[in-house]
Design a protein around this ligand. Sequence first.
Ligand code: AMP
Ligand code: GLY
Length: 420
Amino acid sequence: MNILVLGGGGREHALAWAIAQNPKCDRLIVAPGNAGIAALAECAELDILDGAAAVDFCVARAVDFVVIGPEAPLAAGVADALDAAGILCFGPSAAAAQLEASKTFTKEICDACGAPTAAWARFTDAGAAAAYIRAQGAPIVVKADGLAAGKGVVVATSVEEAVAAVEEMFAGSLGSAGASVVIEEFMAGEEASFFVLCDGTAVVPVGTAQDHKRVGEGDTGPNTGGMGAYSPAPVLTPAIQAQALEEIIRPTVAEMARRGMPYKGVLYAGLMIEGGRARLVEYNVRFGDPEAQVLMMRMGAQVLDLLLACAEGRLEGAEVNWAADHALTVVMAAEGYPGAYAKGSEIRGLEALPEDSAHMVFHAGTALRGGRITANGGRVLNVTARAASLADARTEAYAMIDAIDWPEGFCRRDIGWRAL
Ligand code: AMP
Ligand code: GLY
């Protein structure tokens, strides 16, 4: 079959890498793709936020199946447009994608189905929000209601910090995403991510992971999109996974179906674990990035069969064929990230690295210029390895990093520390 993947980051490189290994895949196109993806798929130009353009593209190229990587096209209704045109697609409708696009929507769903999460209140007025913060005290969490590319959450350790965050959001620092603000109880504990596929009714777990959101070693410094990840996440024990499925995920999926917006796609539950129980921090309606890189490396070619079963409503009874393995990915970022950084520096040494089912450098932000691989983003490479133990996977990943010649890049040297 002819398959189109939408997106151009490390997550989409990992998805394309796994899909391309499946014999069902005859032709693979990725839009827009990147320099790493170009080695295993055709890269094409397409406005991935434009549903009508995606439909035209699929008709012109006889695409049988579309896999949507990032949240923006989902929130923009690209899955709805493909569905209406009769093109098979992996990814939720815009209505269902509100689970990521609107914090208020998700909180209301949790309240309606009884899923455990932080206590919350919503405000459209800075004065009322500040009064609520003073009444609750710190620590407290301030969130812009809309999509803010990971920058819409402030975990405030003092009342003053929380009030300042609210004032900035209402002053327009995040555009329309901050026009409404959710204020939440601070949840202590350890965070982990749980991924399930859902076809509207059936739910199939596809792995656990933990990422490192802070830029600095020891999980310090500003937040980023993620500096590294590993799978499985030992903190998500089988018992806690079962609890999260029964108390959080299945009730959410049932509530979405009841509201006439059945959830189809991957549901990424960010969980806070404390005292042997999980509570929901947030949902995302896509695979995590860089969590997808470790999940794809662990699942390999079977991913395409699972994504197809999900899109076709055949998930009941499906399961992942797991190996007893661990995968770890280290993000190499451009010096300066998550602040200002330069593009265009050359990355050398990649061609000498192993590329097999246990070693891959997934490209997150690269471009090919005159035959050279150059940095073209903040997060640039995801150096990923799989092994029988997490410690071995980490050793392998850092051995690859040490062979990469890119003076303008940096990485954290402690990915996996919490689990090791
Ligand atoms: P979110 O975008 O909602 O995932 O929030 C980003 C990050 O902020 C999460 O991954 C947590 O580390 C942190 N966070 C969000 N909400 C809470 C909460 N209620 N309590 C503690 N930490 C939180
Ligand atoms: N790595 C976090 C995310 O994809 O949202």
